[in-house]
Design a binder for this molecule. Sequence first.
Ligand code: C5P
Length: 228
Amino acid sequence: MPFHLVVPAAGSGSRLGGEPKQFRLLGGVPVLIRTIEAFLSVRGFEGVVIAAHAGQVGRTAEMLRSFFGDGSFEIVAGGDTRQESVRRALDAVPDASELVLIHDAVRPFVTNDLVESIVDLAKRRGAACPAVPVADTLRRVLDNEFGETIDRRNLWQVQTPQAFRLEAIRASHEWAARTGLIVTDDVELYQRHVGPVVCVEGDRRNFKITDAGDWELAEILVSGGKTT
Ligand code: C5P
Protein backbone atom coordinates (compact mmCIF):
# COMPACT_ATOMS: atom_id res chain seq x y z
CA MET A 1 0.00 0.00 0.00
CA PRO A 2 1.39 3.46 -0.87
CA PHE A 3 2.50 5.52 2.12
CA HIS A 4 4.12 8.83 2.96
CA LEU A 5 6.82 9.13 5.58
CA VAL A 6 6.90 11.91 8.20
CA VAL A 7 10.19 12.45 10.03
CA PRO A 8 10.29 14.75 13.07
CA ALA A 9 13.90 16.03 13.02
CA ALA A 10 13.61 19.35 14.84
CA GLY A 11 15.09 18.26 18.18
CA SER A 12 18.06 20.10 19.64
CA GLY A 13 19.87 16.92 20.75
CA SER A 14 20.64 18.40 24.15
CA ARG A 15 21.28 15.04 25.89
CA LEU A 16 24.23 14.29 23.60
CA GLY A 17 25.49 17.87 23.39
CA GLY A 18 27.08 19.65 20.40
CA GLU A 19 25.72 19.14 16.90
CA PRO A 20 22.10 17.87 16.85
CA LYS A 21 22.19 14.08 16.39
CA GLN A 22 20.25 14.11 13.12
CA PHE A 23 23.12 16.02 11.43
CA ARG A 24 26.02 14.07 12.94
CA LEU A 25 27.99 11.83 10.63
CA LEU A 26 27.62 8.13 11.30
CA GLY A 27 30.15 6.24 9.19
CA GLY A 28 30.44 9.37 7.01
CA VAL A 29 26.68 9.75 6.41
CA PRO A 30 24.36 12.09 8.39
CA VAL A 31 21.98 10.22 10.71
CA LEU A 32 18.91 11.79 9.07
CA ILE A 33 20.02 10.56 5.64
CA ARG A 34 20.58 7.02 6.95
CA THR A 35 17.13 7.08 8.55
CA ILE A 36 15.37 8.18 5.35
CA GLU A 37 17.40 5.71 3.25
CA ALA A 38 15.98 2.86 5.34
CA PHE A 39 12.53 3.59 3.82
CA LEU A 40 13.41 4.31 0.18
CA SER A 41 13.39 0.70 -0.95
CA VAL A 42 10.23 -0.28 0.93
CA ARG A 43 7.37 -1.15 -1.39
CA GLY A 44 4.80 1.68 -1.47
CA PHE A 45 7.14 4.53 -0.42
CA GLU A 46 5.86 7.69 -2.11
CA GLY A 47 7.65 10.59 -0.44
CA VAL A 48 8.86 12.12 2.80
CA VAL A 49 8.07 15.26 4.80
CA ILE A 50 10.74 16.30 7.30
CA ALA A 51 10.18 18.71 10.18
CA ALA A 52 13.47 20.57 10.74
CA HIS A 53 14.31 23.15 13.37
CA ALA A 54 13.13 26.57 12.12
CA GLY A 55 16.74 27.78 11.88
CA GLN A 56 17.91 24.63 10.03
CA VAL A 57 15.40 24.36 7.19
CA GLY A 58 17.84 25.65 4.54
CA ARG A 59 20.69 23.48 5.78
CA THR A 60 18.46 20.40 5.90
CA ALA A 61 17.19 21.04 2.35
CA GLU A 62 20.74 21.39 1.08
CA MET A 63 21.82 18.17 2.79
CA LEU A 64 18.86 16.21 1.38
CA ARG A 65 19.45 17.60 -2.10
CA SER A 66 23.08 16.53 -2.02
CA PHE A 67 22.10 12.93 -1.23
CA PHE A 68 18.75 12.52 -3.01
CA GLY A 69 18.74 15.22 -5.72
CA ASP A 70 15.47 17.10 -6.10
CA GLY A 71 13.49 13.95 -5.27
CA SER A 72 10.19 13.64 -3.47
CA PHE A 73 10.98 15.32 -0.17
CA GLU A 74 9.51 18.35 1.53
CA ILE A 75 10.76 20.24 4.58
CA VAL A 76 8.67 22.21 7.06
CA ALA A 77 9.70 24.18 10.13
CA GLY A 78 9.16 22.10 13.27
CA GLY A 79 7.73 23.31 16.58
CA ASP A 80 8.72 23.45 20.24
CA THR A 81 7.61 19.86 20.89
CA ARG A 82 7.86 16.65 18.87
CA GLN A 83 4.07 16.64 18.73
CA GLU A 84 3.95 20.11 17.15
CA SER A 85 6.70 19.16 14.67
CA VAL A 86 4.71 16.09 13.60
CA ARG A 87 1.48 18.10 13.31
CA ARG A 88 3.13 20.61 10.98
CA ALA A 89 4.67 17.85 8.85
CA LEU A 90 1.33 16.02 8.60
CA ASP A 91 -0.22 19.20 7.16
CA ALA A 92 2.31 19.03 4.30
CA VAL A 93 1.56 15.39 3.36
CA PRO A 94 -0.47 15.28 0.09
CA ASP A 95 -4.20 14.86 0.89
CA ALA A 96 -4.44 11.94 -1.55
CA SER A 97 -2.02 9.90 0.57
CA GLU A 98 -3.98 7.27 2.52
CA LEU A 99 -1.36 5.97 4.89
CA VAL A 100 1.36 7.81 6.81
CA LEU A 101 4.33 6.44 8.75
CA ILE A 102 5.83 8.67 11.46
CA HIS A 103 9.44 7.83 12.32
CA ASP A 104 12.02 9.52 14.59
CA ALA A 105 14.99 11.01 12.71
CA VAL A 106 17.32 9.40 15.25
CA ARG A 107 16.35 5.72 14.66
CA PRO A 108 18.51 4.89 11.62
CA PHE A 109 18.58 1.11 12.18
CA VAL A 110 14.96 0.34 11.36
CA THR A 111 14.76 -2.68 9.04
CA ASN A 112 12.85 -3.18 5.81
CA ASP A 113 10.99 -6.15 7.31
CA LEU A 114 9.77 -4.14 10.29
CA VAL A 115 8.56 -1.27 8.09
CA GLU A 116 6.76 -3.71 5.80
CA SER A 117 4.95 -5.44 8.65
CA ILE A 118 3.90 -2.09 10.11
CA VAL A 119 2.53 -0.96 6.72
CA ASP A 120 0.71 -4.26 6.23
CA LEU A 121 -0.93 -4.20 9.67
CA ALA A 122 -1.90 -0.53 9.46
CA LYS A 123 -3.49 -1.22 6.10
CA ARG A 124 -5.61 -4.03 7.57
CA ARG A 125 -6.27 -2.71 11.07
CA GLY A 126 -6.01 1.10 10.77
CA ALA A 127 -2.96 1.75 12.95
CA ALA A 128 0.20 -0.13 13.99
CA CYS A 129 3.34 0.48 16.01
CA PRO A 130 6.42 -1.55 17.03
CA ALA A 131 7.48 -2.10 20.63
CA VAL A 132 9.80 -4.41 22.58
CA PRO A 133 9.13 -6.03 25.96
CA VAL A 134 10.91 -4.43 28.93
CA ALA A 135 13.84 -6.68 29.87
CA ASP A 136 15.19 -5.04 33.03
CA THR A 137 13.67 -4.68 36.47
CA LEU A 138 11.88 -1.33 36.74
CA ARG A 139 12.16 0.72 39.89
CA ARG A 140 11.51 4.37 40.73
CA VAL A 141 14.51 6.44 41.86
CA LEU A 142 14.12 9.53 44.02
CA ASP A 143 17.16 11.48 45.32
CA ASN A 144 19.48 8.61 44.33
CA GLU A 145 17.52 6.07 46.33
CA PHE A 146 15.45 3.20 45.05
CA GLY A 147 11.75 3.37 45.69
CA GLU A 148 8.86 1.28 44.43
CA THR A 149 9.47 -1.64 42.03
CA ILE A 150 7.13 -1.63 39.06
CA ASP A 151 5.75 -4.94 37.80
CA ARG A 152 7.24 -5.24 34.31
CA ARG A 153 4.82 -7.88 33.06
CA ASN A 154 2.95 -6.44 30.07
CA LEU A 155 5.25 -3.41 29.90
CA TRP A 156 6.72 -2.67 26.47
CA GLN A 157 9.04 0.05 25.18
CA VAL A 158 7.44 1.86 22.28
CA GLN A 159 9.33 2.53 19.05
CA THR A 160 8.60 4.06 15.66
CA PRO A 161 7.59 3.91 12.77
CA GLN A 162 4.00 4.41 13.87
CA ALA A 163 1.52 4.04 11.01
CA PHE A 164 -1.97 5.51 10.64
CA ARG A 165 -4.56 6.51 8.08
CA LEU A 166 -3.67 10.12 7.22
CA GLU A 167 -7.12 11.55 7.97
CA ALA A 168 -7.35 9.79 11.35
CA ILE A 169 -3.97 10.94 12.67
CA ARG A 170 -4.52 14.48 11.37
CA ALA A 171 -7.85 14.58 13.21
CA SER A 172 -6.15 13.26 16.38
CA HIS A 173 -3.57 16.06 16.25
CA GLU A 174 -6.23 18.72 15.64
CA TRP A 175 -8.21 17.40 18.58
CA ALA A 176 -5.11 17.45 20.82
CA ALA A 177 -4.27 21.02 19.76
CA ARG A 178 -7.84 22.10 20.63
CA THR A 179 -7.75 20.42 24.03
CA GLY A 180 -4.15 21.43 24.87
CA LEU A 181 -3.02 17.80 25.31
CA ILE A 182 0.72 17.22 24.84
CA VAL A 183 2.08 13.64 24.78
CA THR A 184 5.31 11.97 23.67
CA ASP A 185 4.08 9.96 20.69
CA ASP A 186 1.35 9.67 18.08
CA VAL A 187 -0.03 6.34 19.28
CA GLU A 188 -1.30 7.99 22.44
CA LEU A 189 -3.12 10.72 20.50
CA TYR A 190 -4.70 8.12 18.21
CA GLN A 191 -5.71 5.84 21.09
CA ARG A 192 -7.38 8.70 22.91
CA HIS A 193 -9.17 10.13 19.89
CA VAL A 194 -9.77 7.23 17.51
CA GLY A 195 -9.19 3.79 19.03
CA PRO A 196 -6.86 0.80 19.43
CA VAL A 197 -3.43 0.51 17.81
CA VAL A 198 -1.96 -2.90 16.93
CA CYS A 199 1.37 -3.67 18.62
CA VAL A 200 4.04 -5.38 16.49
CA GLU A 201 7.13 -6.92 18.08
CA GLY A 202 9.89 -4.44 17.21
CA ASP A 203 13.64 -4.78 17.13
CA ARG A 204 16.12 -3.74 19.84
CA ARG A 205 18.46 -2.45 17.11
CA ASN A 206 15.78 0.11 16.24
CA PHE A 207 16.81 2.17 19.28
CA LYS A 208 16.58 5.96 19.51
CA ILE A 209 20.06 7.50 19.54
CA THR A 210 19.79 9.58 22.70
CA ASP A 211 22.98 9.69 24.77
CA ALA A 212 26.73 9.16 24.32
CA GLY A 213 26.44 5.39 24.92
CA ASP A 214 23.83 5.11 22.15
CA TRP A 215 26.14 7.02 19.84
CA GLU A 216 29.01 4.60 20.50
CA LEU A 217 26.71 1.66 19.87
CA ALA A 218 25.53 3.24 16.61
CA GLU A 219 29.13 3.67 15.46
CA ILE A 220 29.88 0.02 16.23
CA LEU A 221 26.80 -1.10 14.26
CA VAL A 222 27.71 0.90 11.15
CA SER A 223 31.31 -0.29 11.29
CA GLY A 224 30.05 -3.88 11.13
CA GLY A 225 30.92 -4.61 14.76
CA LYS A 226 34.56 -3.49 14.69
CA THR A 227 35.37 -1.45 17.81
CA THR A 228 38.73 0.01 16.76
O1 C5P B 1 13.32 14.44 22.01
P1 C5P B 1 12.71 13.15 21.55
O2 C5P B 1 13.46 11.96 21.99
O3 C5P B 1 11.23 13.06 21.76
O4 C5P B 1 12.93 13.20 19.96
C1 C5P B 1 12.36 12.25 19.08
C2 C5P B 1 12.38 12.83 17.68
O5 C5P B 1 11.56 14.01 17.65
C3 C5P B 1 13.77 13.26 17.19
O6 C5P B 1 13.94 12.81 15.87
C4 C5P B 1 13.73 14.79 17.29
O7 C5P B 1 14.54 15.44 16.30
C5 C5P B 1 12.26 15.08 17.04
N1 C5P B 1 11.79 16.36 17.64
C6 C5P B 1 11.17 17.30 16.82
N2 C5P B 1 10.76 18.50 17.35
C7 C5P B 1 10.97 18.79 18.64
C8 C5P B 1 11.59 17.83 19.49
C9 C5P B 1 11.98 16.61 18.97
O8 C5P B 1 11.00 17.06 15.62
N3 C5P B 1 10.59 19.99 19.11
